[in-house]
Design a protein. Sequence first.
Length: 199
Amino acid sequence: MNSLFPQEKITFDLPDAEIEYYPELFSSAKAHELFQLLQKEIPWQQDDITVFGKTHAQPRLTSLYGNEGKPYGYSGIIMQPHAWSPLIMFIKEEVEKMCQENFTTVLLNNYRDGKDSNGWHADNEKELGRNPVIASVSFGAERTFQLKHNSLDAKQNIVLQNGSLLIMRGTTQHFWKHQIPKTTKQIGTRINLTFRIIK
C-alpha cells in the first residue's frame, strides 16, 4: 500500500467500524528522525502480565505519557504517566490536527523484533468512554495490524508503514478486536504511539 500524495487518506468498508489510514503522516526522513529520538529518549519498561493465570514478561516494551493524575490500566497493569515531553508533544500536535481531537494520554509500545507482539484485544477500558477515538502512529519496521469482527466473518489486515497514522472511531472497539501478531521474518524494531482520551 503506497501513498501517491502525503497525508492521503484510505478508508475501509467494514461493518460496525470507522477506520481511517494515512500511510504518510510523516515523511520517510522525518519518521526516521523521530524513530531514533524515541528509541533514545523514552524511559521504556517491561511489565509482567498475567494471562489465563500465568504471569510472564510482556512481549514488548512500553511507556505512558499524559496529563497529570490520569493513570491508565489494562490487563491488570496500572501505568502512571510521565509528563509530556517536547518530542511527544510534537507528535501529539501533528496527530491532533488530523483527528480534530485533544488527546489526554499516549501509550507507547516498542516491538523490538518479530518475536514481540500484542494479542487480540479491544481498547474498551471504561475510562476511555463509550466510543473512544484511538489514533495509532507507527515508526520503524512495518508490521501487520490485524482486525477481526467479534461475531461476523469479517477480517482486515493493514500493513502499518513507517510514519503512518491509523485512526479507529465510533463503535469499532465494541465490535472488533485487533492485534500485532508475532512473525518469523527477520525484521527490525517498530515503535507505536497510541493516543487516547481518558474521561
